[in-house]
Design a binder for this molecule. Sequence first.
Ligand code: FE
Ligand code: FE
Ligand code: MG
Length: 162
Amino acid sequence: MGTKGKEIVNLKTEEVVRLLNKAYADEWFAYYQYWVGAKVVKGPMRPAVVQELEEHAADELKHATKIVDRIIQLGGRPLLKPADWASQANCPYIAPSNEHVVKVLEQNIKGEQCAIEVYNKLLQYLEGKDTLTYHMVLEILEDEVEHEEDLETILEDIKLCK
Ligand code: FE
Ligand code: FE
Ligand code: MG
């Protein structure tokens, strides 16, 4: 990042990078949880669920891309090994070992709720100090709130099928 670009970050960039790397690990887990969930899920309304899970997987990958680009712009180094995702992530990876739609949706809702908490805290930390990172995190948080709502709605519909 250029001189002035650095000057407008009123936080230790190493700390911002550390927190972004943790969120970056979360995004890879979220991506994979949705992606593999879409492959194995079974039960009522399967096509609609698969479509939603695939869309969310694509969104999580976009989040990872935004975050890694900002890490690099800040002069930081992104996590380079998948093994680091497990040690750095804020939110646990929840394997869809029970592939029933209800279970898969409930697990992904938990994941979104964890993400919402993480990004909301991160916003509080960044507010007024690193506007560009703040703006990026705000955009991601908007998506996570939408994801949670989409999953809760579809789960509600499935429960009404019974
Ligand atoms: Fe995300
Ligand atoms: Fe999400
Ligand atoms: Mg959606």
